[in-house]
Structure formats: C-alpha cells, structure tokens
Design a protein around this ligand. Structure first.
Ligand code: AMP
Ligand code: MN
Ligand code: MN
Length: 329
C-alpha cells in the first residue's frame, strides 16, 4: 500500500521540511474540497511546527469551503522567497496555474498527489493512487512524525476525504480511508457537519442550471453527455464551478457507462468532466486529451467552441469503449 508510513519518500519529505524555514504550499486551479482541505490542513500542521507558511491557489476558494478555518489567508500567487515548494493534489504542473511563477524554478518542489495520471514533475514525488484523497496522504505524513492533529487540521483533512469519495461512496473507498476518517473524527472533526456543508447544500440556482442540463442530456452507445453554456450559467449568476456535482449525479444513470459534462467557460475554454462505472476507466482518455484524474472520475480542459470540443471528446470516449470491453465487476 502506497500510504505505508515506512515509505522512504516520507522520510525524505520530512528531511526537506525539517530544514526549510519558508514554505510555499500550492494546490490546483478551480479547487475542490481535497485541494482546499489538503492546503489548509498541511498549512496548519506546518505552522504548528513553527514554519513560515504561504498558501496559494490560482482561483478563489469556492463558497462551499469558505467556512473552513484559514481560507482567508490563501493568496492567488506564491510571491516572495521560499526554501521549499509543496504542490498538493496536482497531477501536472499546469494544474498549479498562476499560483506557480517562473521565479520559483530554482526552489525545490515536492509533489504530493493521488492521481494515477501524475507526471512526477517534482524533485521529490510522493504519488499514491491507492489514497482516496491527497488529504489522506497529509494525515499519513503527520502520523509519520506523530504530529498532533488539532480539530482544525482534522476538519480540513476530513473535508478532503469526504469530498473526493462523495462521503465514502466511490469504489476506491477501503479500510484505510475509513481508518483515516475515524482518526480524524477522534481528533474532533464532525463527519455530518462536513458532509452537509460540502456535499448536501447548494443554491437553488445551481439546481435550476442542472435542470436545464439534465433536460438536454443525450445517451448514445453507453455514453451519457450534456452541456452547460456560458449564457446559461450567467443567466443564473453562477461562476464556473457548479458542474462537478452534476457529473456525479448523472453517473447514477443505470444506462450510462461513461458520463461527460461539457462546461463552457468565459475564456474560450471548455471544461470536460468525465465519470466511468467501475470496470471502465476515463483516466487515460483524460490524459490523452491533456488532462488527468482517476479511473472513475477525470477531466480535461480544451480550447475551442462547444460543438468542436464535444465532437473531439465523444469520439475519443467511443473509441476507448470499443477498444476496451467493459470488465465484469
Ligand atoms: P471534476 O469533474 O472537476 O470533479 O474532476 C474529476 C477529476 O478529474 C478530479 O480528480 C480532477 O483532479 C481531475 N480533473 C478535472 N479537470 C481536470 C483538468 N483540466 N486537468 C487535469 N485533471 C482534471
Ligand atoms: Mn482535487
Ligand atoms: Mn484529490
């Protein structure tokens, strides 16, 4: 198991962290609960050890996670002088967006991530696809040195586990992730609170937007897809971060092997969210299209208009489905 605390890379990470004074922590663009939870959780752990820590994320913290302790201190760019950069939940360097600037090139970078598609772009790379969330790896990192887990740290890390597993329902949920969750609850995190705030609450406008997208969804040769246009999102005064729940919801459709949600952005790009039933993987398709992810949930961002991106992506997905017969599960 990759999260084995005996892993040499854990010792190497602790060595680097031990000698660093100023540490920059980064996470991915359009952050999810694991990105924000891991960033804040590791940030608090390192501050408790007396480190001078800066937390950076290219995009604002979604309102859904605004209640987590420390979100106000997250900046958009890692400016200043640092001894060490730690990149969290990013499968490739592009995912850091503006938070990573060229003048950080000379600073050692540690890459901590659980995406199977990780390109191992760090000086040290700890990539554990067996972990359900990067937050689970941060807990293992803390446990390796018996760092005390405060209620705030536990709350941030459990948020990462809850959101990436959709409250322990994804097929990668296992004893190790439940054990991690139990440890975090013992440290004071509230599972029902986190589940309600991060997964079970959304504005009515989001549901109305989903309603339009659901009405337009199409099913063909095992692929269920739909789209959210810029105009639709603007008419409900929403920003570009409400479609990942829609893809998860659509993945409950029995007839679908793969779900694709196309979300037109304001900058001429289209975000593509992919989901697959167990036995089929969308990670490779996403990687081929310049993105990444996990076997059951992946994504990519393509330039071009909606019609073009739909054609390219659906062609790739159908080709993949024809080549890789669905395994029995
Ligand atoms: P989402 O559909 O946004 O919930 O994303 C599902 C999974 O795919 C997450 O693990 C993301 O990290 C990954 N993912 C989504 N979009 C991209 C992208 N543009 N590039 C790389 N990975 C992505
Ligand atoms: Mn993430
Ligand atoms: Mn994650």
């Amino acid at each position: 198991v990759g999260s084995d605390p005996g892993l040499p890379v854990l010792g190497a990470i602790h060595e680097q962290v031990g000698v660093a004074g100023r540490i920059l922590l980064l996470t991915h663009v359009v952050p999810d609960g694991d990105a924000i939870g891991s960033l804040l959780g590791l940030g608090a752990l390192l501050r408790d050890r007396g480190k001078d820590v800066t937390l950076a994320c290219s995009d604002p913290v979604p309102g859904l996670y605004g209640w987590l302790p420390g979100t106000a201190g997250i900046v958009a760019r890692g400016n200043g002088r640092f001894d060490l950069v730690i990149c969290l939940d990013c499968s490739d360097p592009k995912r850091m967006g503006q938070a990573y600037s060229e003048d950080l090139k000379s600073v050692p970078l540690i890459n901590i991530d659980h995406h199977i598609t990780n390109t191992r772009f760090g000086l040290l790379n700890w990539v554990d696809p067996a972990a359900v969330a990067t937050a689970q790896m941060i807990l293992a990192l803390a446990e390796h040195k018996a760092w005390p887990i405060t209620v705030d740290v536990a709350t941030c890390l459990l948020t990462g586990l809850v959101t990436d597993t959709r409250s322990f329902r994804t097929p990668n949920t296992d004893q190790a992730s439940m054990q991690a969750a139990l440890g975090l609850m013992e440290a004071g995190a509230s599972l029902p609170d986190i589940t309600r705030r991060a997964l079970d609450q959304r504005p009515l406008a989001v549901i109305r937007l989903w309603g339009q997208a659901i009405e337009r969804c199409q099913l063909e040769r095992g692929v269920l897809w739909t789209e959210v246009t810029r105009d639709q999102r603007q008419s409900w005064a929403l920003d570009g971060n409400s479609e990942s729940g829609l893809a998860n919801f659509l993945s409950s459709v029995r007839e679908a092997t793969v779900v694709v949600v196309f979300a037109e952005q304001d900058n001429g790009l289209v975000d593509v969210g992919l989901r697959a039933v167990p036995g089929t993987s969308v990670a490779e398709v996403a990687l081929r299209l310049g993105g990444g992810g996990h076997p059951q949930a992946a994504g990519c961002t393509l330039a071009g208009d909606l019609a073009y991106v739909k054609r390219v992506v659906l062609h790739e997905v159908w080709t993949m489905l024809e080549q890789e017969p669905v395994e029995d599960t």
